[in-house]
Design a protein around this ligand. Sequence first.
Ligand code: SF4
Ligand code: SF4
Length: 298
Amino acid sequence: MVTQLNFMAPAVELKAIENLWFQLSNTACNLRCSHCFLDCSTDKKDKKFLSLDKIKNSLDIAKKNGLKEIYLTGGEPLLHPDLNTILRLGLKAANVTVLTNGTLLNDKKVRFLRQIENEHNNEIIFRVSIDHYTQEKNDVLRGRGVFRKTLTGIENLIRYGFNPILSIVNVWNEDEKSLKEGFAKLLKSIDFEVEEINFKIIPPIKTGAFSRNFSKYNENEIVTNEELKKNKAQKFDCKNSRIVANDGVYACPMLVNDHRGKVGTSLGDVSKSAFLETGICYTCVQQKKGLMNNNWET
Ligand code: SF4
Ligand code: SF4
């Protein structure tokens, strides 16, 4: 594909749809974080929920194409009015990871989610966004009072036997070891012993609100064919994932709603090639690991 910069963008081929993502709530969220790469908001116009029919059809197709894990994201996926039905549909096929800001995980909700999981052999895995172990550094990004609400959500998950993954955007580029130590100390105070599996630390993606409030990609932050060759063995999410959104299917969750990442209108007709022509792809290549899928092997 010839891009605006007039060079052939390198491509990654899809091997199997091992990781099937659903953008359940479009960009609707109950928060408005200053670093949100999708520019999600509390605006009612963003509330275009993914239909159950689309979810069922996509699951049927993915099951025939190597499905191993399902992910629910948004915006805030807990806003979807049919979340419980979607979880039940998903759990019949695979483990379901819910990417949430944690603020809506009250006791009653989590107790109910525990019941739903108990009805199935597969697990619900919660990935809860919390960017720092100090209230000050978290809330400057996520909004006043969010740190407390998120911690309450995490406490509720633990009370009902879930083992949440902390999803941390390392906005200040802090040393990962000290970030983990800070979180370990914080969570020990609520009797939660974190392990390596409980961390998902990613760098900021410089689009959306982040690009307005912090910095954006410059024209040199682009993946070349040489760079891709050097990183050939890398576990790019686009090698084994697709995300279904309201208006089509995208190569990976970072590119959802970015026309350059669109690979088809439905999962049945997706192109196998993802062209690495965005600054976000550059962030992926620098990381040398899949950014969004769970860390374990799929
Ligand atoms: S970063 Fe997450 S919680 Fe914050 S506005 Fe975006 S989707 Fe919502
Ligand atoms: S952002 Fe990353 S996972 Fe997505 S298409 Fe680019 S390289 Fe692949």
